[in-house]
Design a protein around this ligand. Structure first.
Ligand code: C2E
Ligand code: MG
Ligand code: MG
Length: 415
């Protein structure tokens, strides 16, 4: 699908007149109608203040006379003056990462970085990423804020509007599809598709997590059974909210559910985020131990974003560790993130845990994770979350992608 960028509002902050002209030309060439220019940080702040419409993306150089890019980004991030920032700079990656962290501390996302001269294809990819993240967050340009009430959610759960989509996971060693993750999607009859980022917190706040999860799990189990009847054993993960781990009935309840459908516990994985478990280890431990005892697989989600000690990790009977996508995403170009991914894989190997890398988006990500001997891959590069009935088309497509990957690798080996 070709996306149009005409509704985007941009600001290019660059002291070098020629570079600025090139950047503006690239943006207008991609169809963006509103591109403002500024020659340093102060000029940019003035332009933002004078602008009648909010700026979506600010493309910013770091090294500028007057107010430099770092100072400018701090101002922008603190006051949320723009939705996203793209850093266009020749500075070393470590410095750019520090700037990203600084912006993130203030809740501002650095969409990506651009080398100079600016490459239109890279810009296009960043804009597409921006628009899809906006759509996923439901706060795209011009869209109205979604207010979710408890009654809306009760109806949605009762009427089966919240269903799982499935994202495939494949073995890195041979590309084989072995498992998937069930991710909640709310198909609202009037508002269209609503993503978890927009409603999971509300489900939790309104005390409806048990009901929603039960519905997701029950549909996922039906799907596992369907795959099983087609001769495929696809282990499926569901996300378990921390609040549910206090429920001592959970292991028994899950057992009843799988027995009723006729699948074994080894086909169901329960994902629990690292931060959720670490917040209350003692509280979760007995439920986790009983789930494990009954034969379910336990997976530690978003690993690296919480603070677990080796000792805590050892006490909890996890079998799988999912490396958070924030580390995987730029590991190819950022030596620090690569080192973190590498260390996580090493740690998992020592603790005899299977590793799943989340958020692989390119062939280069795949090659790196292959090199680092990660076990399983999950990411847009392999496949996006989708309704179960799209899996046969996806698998055919993935087989082609994988075979071209392997032939590229053997070409390289021969040279
Ligand atoms: P998660 O469990 O870490 O799920 C992975 C998220 O990363 C999914 O977002 C998935 O669509 C996205 N993702 C996968 N590969 C890529 C990639 O290559 N690039 C990018 N940019 N993103 C990728 P989604 O579906 O929006 O879910 C977000 C979070 O919402 C999940 O994070 C999970 O914490 C929560 N969630 C989703 N479904 C449920 C549910 O049924 N119950 C509970 N309690 N939480 C859920
Ligand atoms: Mg998950
Ligand atoms: Mg995750």
């Amino acid at each position: 699908m070709t996306q149009t960028f005409d509704a985007l509002r941009l600001l290019v902050v660059e002291d070098h007149q020629f570079q600025r002209m090139v950047a503006v030309k690239v943006m207008t060439g991609l169809g963006v109608a509103s591109v403002q220019e500024a020659e340093d940080g102060q000029d940019a702040l003035d332009k933002i203040a004078a602008s009648t419409d909010p700026i979506d993306i600010t493309i910013c150089d770091l090294d500028m006379p007057g107010m430099d890019g770092i100072e400018f980004i701090r101002h922008v991030a603190e006051k949320k003056l723009t939705s996203a920032i793209v850093v266009a700079s020749a500075m070393e990656p470590e410095l750019i990462r520090t700037v990203e962290d600084m912006a993130a501390e203030h809740g501002m996302k650095v969409l990506g970085t651009l080398e100079k001269p600016i490459n239109p294809e890279k810009v296009k990819t960043l804009f597409e990423q921006f628009l899809s993240e906006q759509a996923a967050a439901g706060s795209g340009s011009g869209s109205s804020e979604l207010v979710i009430t408890k009654d809306m959610l009760i109806t949605a759960i009762q009427d089966g509007q919240i269903i799982p989509w499935f994202q495939p996971k494949v073995l890195i060693s041979n590309g084989q599809w072995v498992s998937c993750e069930a991710l909640a999607r709310w198909q609202h009859p009037e508002k269209g598709m609503i993503y978890p980022g927009q409603f999971i917190n509300e489900v939790e706040t309104f005390g409806l997590m048990d009901e929603m999860t039960e519905s997701i799990i029950s549909r996922s189990i039906e799907q596992i059974k369907q795959w099983q009847s087609e001769g495929r054993l696809i282990n499926t993960s569901v996300n378990i909210s921390p609040s549910m781990l206090g429920n001592i009935q959970l292991p028994e309840k899950l057992m009843q559910m799988i027995k009723a459908v006729g699948i074994g516990p080894e086909l169901l994985t329960l994902e629990i985020t690292e931060s959720a478990v670490m917040e209350n280890v003692a509280h979760c431990l007995s439920t986790l131990a009983r789930l494990k005892m009954k034969g379910f697989t336990l997976s530690i989600d978003d690993f690296g974003t919480g603070y677990s000690s080796m000792q805590q990790l050892n006490r909890i009977p996890f079998s799988e560790l999912k490396i958070d996508q924030s580390f995987v995403k730029d590991a190819v170009s950022d030596p620090t993130r690569r080192a973190i991914v590498e260390a996580n894989i090493e740690l998992a190997r020592k603790l005899k845990l299977k590793t799943v890398a989340e958020g692989l988006e390119s062939a280069a990500d795949w090659q790196l994770l292959n090199e680092l001997q990660c076990d399983v891959a999950q990411g847009y590069f392999v496949g996006k979350p989708m309704p179960a009935d799209q899996f046969s088309d996806w698998e055919a497509e993935w087989k082609q992608t994988y075979s071209s990957l392997s032939s590229n690798t053997s070409d390289q080996d021969e040279t």
